[in-house]
Each structure stands twice: as C-alpha cells, then as structure tokens.
Design a protein around this ligand. Structure first.
Ligand SMILES: [Zn+2]
Length: 338
C-alpha cells in the first residue's frame, strides 16, 4: 500500500534539497483515461456524474505535486532534465489519466476534473529561461517548458496544461512579457523569494523582506493577481516557520494558502490530513533518484485505490467508507462516503 509507505518515505524528505542554486484557460471537461475511469463524463454535460463507487472515486486519495527545474539538452544536475524527458513525462501523465490543477486550486479544494481522472500539480522553480522564453517573433519558444505544455495541450485538448511557476525577482531573464503571458495562459504565479534566499540564514525582518519584495515584483509585472502559494528555496524553513504563511514588511502584508516543500512523497488530498504550511513535492529530474516522479507514478499505478480519483462533481467529495476518518471536518457538508 502506498499509504502505508508514506510515513517511512517522509523521513527522508529533509535531506532532499532544491538544487536550483543557479538562478533556478479553462478547466478540463472531456474523456478520462485512468484504469478505473468511465469514459465520456463531463462536468458541464447534461448527464449526471456517474456513481462514485462504479468508478472507484476517491477524493481523499493522494495527489502527486511534481517539482521541475531547468530543461536542457545537457542536464547539469539531478533536478534538471531534457525537453524530451519532460515531453515523455507529460505523455505518461496523460496516458494514466492525470489532469493538471494549479497549486492554489489544489490547496483550496477547487479540483473540477472529469470523473475518473486524477489531479496532478506541475510546479516549476527558479523562473529560468528554460521554462519560459520567446522567439524573435514574439511566440513562445517551443522548447521551453511553457512552450512544451502549450504544444501538448494543442495535441490533447482534454489536457489543460496549467502549471504553477515559483519565481524569483527578475524572472525569465527579466523579460517583461513573461508574467502577463503566464497569467493569460491560465498558469499560477507563486513566490520563491526575491533572491532565492536560504530563509534559515535570515532574521525575521529579512525573511519577510524577501517575501514582500518578491510579491511586489510579481504584482508590479502582472497587476491584479494575488500570489497564493510559496515554494521554499532549497526546501529550507526559516527559524520562525509561521513567517512562511503570513507576515508583513515595510507596510505590506502577505499570507499564503500553501507552502511547498522539496521532497519526496505524494501530497494528501486537500479535504484530508493536509498541512498547508508544508505540502510535499515529488522531484522530476534527469537521473533516477530515490522517490522521484517515476518511482511514485509507478507506485500509484500499482495501488490505484490510494490515488485521488475525481467523481466528476465539483460540489461533492466522494470516497470509500474506509477513509471517512481522514476527512477534515470543515468539508463534512460536501462529503459522500460510499
Ligand atoms: Zn529554487
């Protein structure tokens, strides 16, 4: 059982740290592809959602939150990968019935996916040009991560390629087109500190300054957005962990709905025992490393009952009776155990 192994794996999370020292539209509506799926159910269709038991819906199951760094033809570190490896992982996710949601949607429980599909959160750290760059004509570079996602979505219209980009100041080479373009594409922009700071090395004022200066830069470049989630640089917490969820500096306050860690196991369902101040992420990289995305996607495929499977009804939280104890009380009014 995957569930049983999570506690053990969590013990190694602390030693897996971010290697990103160098810099570092609409919802899906159509056919699911998971092994337990019932094809053809759409949330906006006139058909009622299927019986949750018949599709083994489990909205208290595990959600993989994948962490990506640089794409490069010649990956330098464990956390980097080639564009082709990234395309292959997208193909696998699609084939196995995963559909993306942003980190903000995940933590708030706004997971509106077709019945039988599984949420996956795609996160990118460090705002490098390998993740978003433009050609001379102004089009998105087809070999950067955002370009690969856009091309993938054109081939698979039922795969809405929304991702969460955790950015530092001067993101994507300082290109002013970058953040408005991400917002227009439906991606989430999250905080990763102004200077990719090791927050354990700063005092309380320094921690809050790093976060406020990052948020100010993001909202100046993409007016009107709210920065809802934070990924800790290097996966390192400050001495006062509370400062990662809320604080203020120089007259500007901030609050994050979720704080993303580095490593190394799937995240709990948002309706279950999730800790918003420490959401685990699974790394995806060039080489095979312990508890990476290939390892966990294999484990979840082998243990489908442990994986989050959507019931196709965003207003209802469906799960097997045996998991009732995992439900967070604030979601009880929407719960449908079977
Ligand atoms: Zn980083």
């Amino acid at each position: 059982m995957v569930r049983g192994s999570v506690t053990v794996v969590r013990l190694v999370s602390a030693v897996l740290v971010c290697a990103g020292l160098a810099a570092c539209g609409a919802d899906n509506e159509t056919v699911p592809a998971g092994p337990t799926a019932t094809p053809g159910t759409a949330t906006e269709s006139t058909q009622p959602p299927p019986n949750p038991a018949e599709i083994a819906a489990n909205e208290l199951g595990l959600v993989p939150v994948l962490m990506y760094h640089q794409l490069s033809p010649h990956p330098a570190g464990d956390y980097d990968q080639t564009p082709e490896e990234f395309r292959d992982e997208l193909e696998r996710l699609y084939r196995e019935g995963y559909r993306p949601v942003t980190a903000a949607q995940y933590i708030s429980g706004r997971i509106d996916l077709p019945a039988g599909t599984h949420p996956v959160v795609l996160t990118f750290d460090d705002s490098t040009r390998s993740q978003l760059a433009f050609t001379d004509s102004g089009a998105v570079d087809p070999n950067c991560a955002a370009g690969i996602l856009a091309e993938f979505a054109a081939r698979y219209p039922d795969f809405n390629p929304k991702a969460t980009f955790y950015i530092n100041n001067e993101p994507f080479g300082g290109d002013p087109r970058a953040l408005p373009w991400l917002v227009a594409q439906g991606h989430e922009i999250g905080a990763h500190t102004a200077n990719h700071a090791n927050l354990a090395g700063l005092d309380a004022d320094g921690v809050q300054r790093e976060l406020v200066e990052n948020i100010r830069a993001i909202t100046a470049a993409a007016p009107g957005i709210t920065v809802r989630t934070l990924a800790l640089p290097l996966g390192v917490q400050p001495r006062d962990r509370g400062l990662t969820t809320a604080g203020s500096w120089d007259g500007t306050s901030y609050a994050f709905d979720a704080v993303m860690l580095v490593g190394s196991n799937p995240a709990p369902a948002p309706y279950g025992p999730v800790d918003p101040a420490g959401v685990p992420r699974i790394r995806s990289g060039h080489d095979t490393v312990p508890f990476d995305s290939a390892y966990w996607l294999d484990r979840l495929a082998a243990n489908p009952a442990d994986r989050y499977t959507s019931d196709g009804d965003p207003l209802r939280i469906s799960f097997p009776q045996r998991l009732t104890g995992d439900l967070a009380p604030r979601w009880a009014a929407q719960a449908r155990a079977y």
